[in-house]
Design a protein around this ligand. Structure first.
Ligand code: FCB
Length: 438
């Protein structure tokens, strides 16, 4: 039984849905550049048009309301709202003001992320997250936009998934800016988290809404019971969960990271860890899958996917119990664990419209099983306050382009027609029942 104040929401991110990449003074971001680099994104896709949400936001928000969500998680495009001179761009800001005002009129809460990976390209040209100054530019953006949108936001998020920005973007080259060196990912992570800490203070000086960070986690299991594989799983788990959480909640860099990457030292200066450990009003958790690993024969780990398990269109293993177990583990590990929102959970499937319907049974089942996992964690004492499905709409899935469909609403990219999938209708029915019984 879900408490009435438990929030059910849907999530999106600016670059994945907005389009209008060159309109109203928006500057290029690292994702525009990455998409324009041959071979980086499937089919050479980009977010230039995406779901055209910049022009269709009114009908998209009407749909969000019609489906019965309590809340909406969106991100602000940094290059849309801050100009080259560091000042606000009023035309970009107005877009978000109108959108947030409409959400308020509709009685839906707004969870607003400042950085969902779209760094202005001109900052990348000066080193991006490898340059300590970017953390200060981020705090400056947070302060300006915080002041401008104060009173319209229910909760602020500084960064979405710094792990992906740092590791996929700088360690593996699978995301923008496309660098591939472990030392870069460790440096970028430090500057991202420093930016997070500085932005927490900036937001708190501008607005009264709660401030948090969103971190992606995945369950990790060892491929076998051998000591080497168990050690590999320990390091993989530290890399995916503790690398970020130990820093923001405990103010320390985990030893396991030094074991994993002995040559990569974060560029910590005096006082940085105190800044990074700024108290969080809440922690956002994004969860999708389990990773099974084995030893790489040296000091690291490699993926060793299990055969015969349920997988999604991404090839990710559906493993709801992992979400429950991780939440319970965090409660034990971090005495100061703040209230949690599941800020993303969902799956991609190869969905098609047939006679006006999209039969995505696997998604409905997936969501139900993850709701149950969250419920079990709450029964074991974890303070979870809300759950956001990823995503409201099918959208630009980063390096996978438009092939992977994560929406509960189908998007036909030729016509921009939206069709709620069966999973959206199931959620709508669930929200209606909940409202009647609360
Ligand atoms: C997360 C991202 C989100 C989306 C989902 C599938 O890592 O935050 O933008 O791409 O994965």
């Amino acid at each position: 039984m879900w408490r009435r104040d438990f929030l059910f929401g849907a999530a999106t991110a600016a670059y994945q849905i907005e389009g209008a990449a060159g309109e109203d003074g928006r500057l290029p971001s690292i994702w525009d550049t990455y998409c324009a680099t041959p071979g980086r994104v499937v089919n050479g896709d980009s977010g230039a048009v995406a779901c055209d949400h910049y022009h269709r936001w009114e009908s998209d928000l009407a749909l969000l309301k019609q489906l019965g969500f309590d809340a909406y998680r969106l991100s602000i495009a940094w290059p849309r709202v801050i100009g080259l001179d560091g000042q606000l761009n009023p035309r970009g800001v107005d877009f978000y003001k109108r959108l947030l005002d409409r959400l308020q009129q509709q009685g839906q809460k707004a969870f607003v992320t400042l950085y969902h990976w779209d760094l202005p390209q001109h900052l990348q040209d000066r080193g991006g997250w490898l340059n300590r100054d970017t953390a200060h530019r981020f705090a400056d953006y947070a302060e300006r936009i915080g002041r401008e949108l104060a009173g319209r936001v229910s909760a602020w998020t500084t960064l979405n998934e710094p792990w992906c920005s740092a590791h996929l973007g700088h360690g593996e080259g699978r995301h923008a800016p496309g660098l591939a060196d472990t030392r870069y990912s460790v440096e970028a992570m430090h500057h991202l988290l420093l930016g997070h800490g500085l932005a927490c203070a900036a937001l708190r000086s501008s607005d009264r809404a709660p401030v948090g960070l969103v971190h992606n986690i995945n369950a990790v299991s060892a491929a076998s019971d051998s000591a080497a594989d168990r050690q590999a799983a320990r390091l993989a788990h530290a890399c995916s969960s503790h690398w970020v959480l130990d820093q923001v909640l405990l103010g320390r860099y985990p030893e396991a990271m030094r074991e994993l990457w002995p040559l990569a030292e974060p560029p910590v200066r005096d006082g940085d860890m105190e800044t990074i450990r700024a108290p969080l009003d809440y922690l956002g958790i994004n969860y999708y899958f389990r990773q099974v690993v084995k030893s790489d024969g040296a000091h690291g780990f490699v993926d060793a996917p299990l055969p015969g398990v349920e997988r999604t269109q991404m090839g990710w293993e559906a493993h709801p119990d992992g979400l429950r177990d991780l939440l319970v583990e965090f409660r034990q590990r971090y005495a100061n664990l703040p209230p949690i929102y599941i800020t993303e959970n969902g799956m991609a499937s190869d969905d098609h419209v047939q006679a006006g319907r999209v039969h995505d049974e696997q998604r409905t089942r997936y969501l139900k099983r993850h709701f149950a996992a969250v419920d079990e964690a709450m029964r074991q004492g974890v303070d979870v306050r809300g759950y956001f499905v990823w995503s409201l709409l099918d959208n630009f899935e980063w390096a996978f382009g438009y092939e992977k469909r994560f929406g509960v609403v189908h998007v036909d990219y030729q016509t921009q027609q939206r069709t709620p999938k069966d999973s959206a209708l199931a959620l709508q029915a669930f929200f209606t029942r909940r409202a009647q019984t609360a």
